[in-house]
Design a protein around this ligand. Structure first.
Ligand code: MOS
Length: 763
């Protein structure tokens, strides 16, 4: 059946580009723009305050929402007194489970193509409490301050029930987990026997804590019902998905929900659909007023899931020459009965190293807690910490350089599927990174480089993240008679440079200057179902734009007709150059867009096309890669760790805009430094309550924590990906924690296997 689907998709693919077949013509294009440093087009709007974020949309007659949260992890609401709140001036409405409209359960991520809920629980539909922090009341008031004050006066008592909030207790009932519908258990050969028989081995347990989402823009929405239609200005990385999922919750047609999200202050996997949008929409319906909801920072910790904790075993059995006989990566994660996200930490291990045998598995236990969710490089970020620490431990035991050990086990094809790699230059990335970083100055013996109170060490680790391209990309491309092109696609700009980069790409494809190209996005009424997630948005947009470009060229050639120098040419025989179409390899056969449209007496030509099916991932094993290098200084008096230098050497295909790409890589690395050294959600296992729901107590790196970060890349285009590009949004966080932990070991001789590496663990 899969073969038939693939064959059909190949037939339907635009003739200019067949995934897994003919490379994207843009790769061979003479580049004026792609690959040059272009500043973000939205930058001036943001720094002048002109960019309008979700909680800034002005609406007539607007009221403000605040939430009250449960303080027990499980049970029933016994009494709920809202009288004091209702009596306050300015209060318009207090909504509880007693008054909330009936809602359908939220379709959660990966259960349907457009499902994007974080949590499938029906919210505020009965008196039950499922996690500590579950919302129990929504207040609407004339001002935010009135709403916040009223919410603080809501008095709740509970009939508590025994909750499962301890990971160790829950582990008695662990189950094999699946990810994206497929089991994660993978066995090749008999890895346990091979491990036992191997002359050299490591067998260790690594732990990573819960992490909360902290995008700088708090989760918020401004929304209004117009009859039975809902207009939602959201902070979103998936506008089309939110529209569909909200429609399911309210039992209305998808077309009745209009979601916009022009600017987003960071998402990282958290800007999907959580209960705040649903409750605000429900309350707006009850009140008959437009509603603005913006969660407090604490509210984000109570309502928006984060990354769950993991306990991972990595065992490697090796020959004396370093070749792996056995690679085991297994472990347990916590999740809930009402979500669908067992942190898939084994993902990087599927393709990282050649080995004689494999045993990979993720088991999950269910706790009574807020649903956990995706966070930047789900799986790889924490999985590479364990895997790449273990590789370093084995290198130390064998007395070989950790880079050499990785090269020894570099696979020729994907080691667990046999699929060929589309483009994998990780050894080159290591070599150029090592040279640039001065790896040869690293002392092989831990604890031997000392500067005053400080022990200095270097470590490295592999970064990796899969190439994805989700189906559903589509674009509308309009060319007007003044020679201006506009592309519309329901995609997202969360600050990573999408709008800028795709303006560059479209300008390059059409042979137009950037000021003749407009990229419109962030609106569910536009074509396509494109999520800014899985580091795949650029590929998805790219494939949609390839299809739209082919459709546009087809249309233009028809309009050009027999009087044009382009007469008789097929779309695949022309390219966009200097404001018009030219025959490929023959710049004398050209006609400008303005000329084609004016001769045809057309004001505009507009086409809409869907991107080809993502078949490249069936033919090839495709990933982004990187080699991470850290230098750390560990204080022998206080145990404090300072990262003094960091370098990321990446192999992510063609880099389209080096300026925004550098920021993406750096941002990921900084998030990785937080994971390595400070980020940790303090979860009280007695009560299931998050104890540090603020940036005062949940530490993330500040400027003083971040050293100079150098970023380099191979820039080798992947012929099987649109634009030759691999994703760059998530890979930056992967490998970082292991590189830091390995550097700490090199500095001190102490191996820290549970994150974060706080000073108490080094004293
Ligand atoms: Mo990312 S965790 O796919 O937004």
């Amino acid at each position: 059946a899969l073969q038939a689907v693939m064959k059909k998709a190949v037939e339907l693919a635009p003739d200019s580009w067949i995934p897994g077949g003919v490379p994207d013509p843009l790769i061979a294009h003479k580049h004026g723009l792609v690959g040059t440093q272009v500043s973000r087009l939205d930058g001036p709007l943001k720094v002048t305050g002109a960019a309008r974020f979700a909680a800034e949309f002005p609406l007539e007659d607007l009221v403000y929402a605040a939430l009250a949260y449960s303080t027990i992890p499980k049970g029933r609401i016994a009494t709920l007194d809202v009288a004091a709140a209702e009596a306050l001036p300015g209060v318009v409405l207090v909504m509880t489970y007693k008054t909330a409209p009936r809602l359908n359960p939220t379709p959660v991520m990966m259960t349907a193509p457009k499902a994007v809920g974080g949590d499938r629980l029906p919210v505020m539909q009965d008196d039950r409490i499922h996690w500590n922090g579950e919302p129990v009341a929504v207040v609407l008031a004339q001002t935010q301050e009135q709403a916040d004050h009223a919410a603080s006066l809501i008095a709740v008592t509970y009939d508590t029930e025994i909750a499962m909030t301890r990971f160790e207790d829950a582990k008695a009932d662990r189950k094999n987990a699946s990810f994206m519908g497929a089991p994660m258990l993978l066995e090749i050969g008999d890895a346990e026997t091979a491990l036992a028989a191997a002359p050299h081995s490591v067998d260790r347990t690594y732990r990573t804590p819960r992490h909360n989402h902290n995008p700088i823009e708090l989760h918020g929405a401004t929304l209004v019902w117009q009859g039975d239609d809902l207009i939602l200005h959201d902070a979103s990385q998936c506008v089309a998905h939110v529209a569909w999922t909200l429609a399911q919750v309210f039992g209305i047609d998808e077309a009745q929900v209009h979601v916009t999200s022009p600017y987003v202050g960071g998402g990282f996997g958290s800007k999907t659909l959580w209960n705040h949008q649903i409750l605000a929409a429900a309350a707006a319906k009850l009140a008959g007023r437009p509603v603005r909801i913006m969660l407090s920072r604490e509210g984000v910790y109570r309502m928006v899931g984060g990354r769950t904790l993991t306990e991972q075993r990595v065992a490697i059995g090796a020959q004396a020459d370093g070749h792996f006989d056995a690679l085991i990566h297994t472990g347990v994660v916590a999740m809930t009965s009402h979500n669908n996200m067992p942190e898939p930490f084994i993902l990087p291990t599927r393709s990282a190293y050649a080995a004689g045998s494999f045993l990979l598995n993720v088991e999950a236990v269910e706790l009574d807690m807020l649903a956990n969710t995706f966070m930047r490089a789900p799986g790889e970020s924490v999985g590479t910490f364990a895997l790449e620490s273990a590789v370093d431990e084995l290198a130390a035991q064998l007395g070989v350089d950790p880079i050499a050990l990785r090269e020894t086990n570099e696979p020729e094809t994907n080691p667990t599927t046999g699929t060929p790699f589309s483009s994998r230059n990780i050894v080159a990335a290591y070599r150029s990174g090592a040279e640039r970083f001065g790896w040869d100055k690293r002392s092989a013996t831990p604890g031997t480089r000392r500067e005053g109170e400080w022990l200095v060490g270097m470590g490295c680790a592999t970064a990796t993240y899969p190439y994805y391209r989700m189906p559903g990309g589509a674009a509308r491309l309009t060319l007007t008679k003044d020679g201006h092109a506009t592309v519309e696609i329901a995609a997202h700009e969360m600050g990573m440079g999408t709008a800028t980069t795709h303006t560059m790409v479209l300008a390059e494809r059409l042979g137009l200057p950037m000021d003749k190209v407009t990229f419109l996005y962030g609106d569910s009424k536009m074509p396509g179902t494109v999520m800014a997630g899985g580091s795949q948005q650029t590929a998805s947009i790219g494939a949609a734009v390839i299809a739209a470009q082919t459709a546009l060229f087809t249309e233009l050639l028809k309009l050009a007709g027999n009087d044009s120098p382009l007469a008789g040419l097929k779309p695949s025989e022309v390219g966009g150059y200097e404001g018009g179409l030219c025959k490929l390899d023959d710049p004398s056969a050209c006609e400008s867009y303005v000329s084609i449209l004016s001769r045809a007496q057309r004001d505009a030509v507009s086409v809409e096309a869907a991107g080809s099916a993502p078949l490249e991932t069936q033919h090839w094993s495709m990933h982004s890669y990187g080699a991470m290098f850290a230098e750390v200084r560990v204080n022998t008096v206080t145990g404090e760790v300072r990262v003094s230098r960091f370098l990321g050497s990446f192999d992510c295909g063609k880099i389209l805009n080096p300026k925004t790409a550098t920021s993406q890589f750096r941002g990921g690395i900084i998030m990785g430094l937080g994971m390595a050294l400070m980020e940790e959600t303090q979860f009280d296992e007695r009560t299931g309550r998050v104890m540090n729901p603020s940036l005062a107590e949940y530490h993330v790196p500040v400027h003083m924590d971040v050293p100079e970060i150098e970023v380099i890349w191979t820039d080798i285009a992947d012929p099987h990906a649109p634009m030759g590009a691999h994703g760059i949004g998530e890979i930056g966080i992967t490998g970082v924690a292991a590189a830091v932990a390995n550097a700490v070991f090199n500095a001190t001789g102490k191996r820290v296997r549970d994150l974060p590496i706080t000073l108490d663990k080094l004293m």
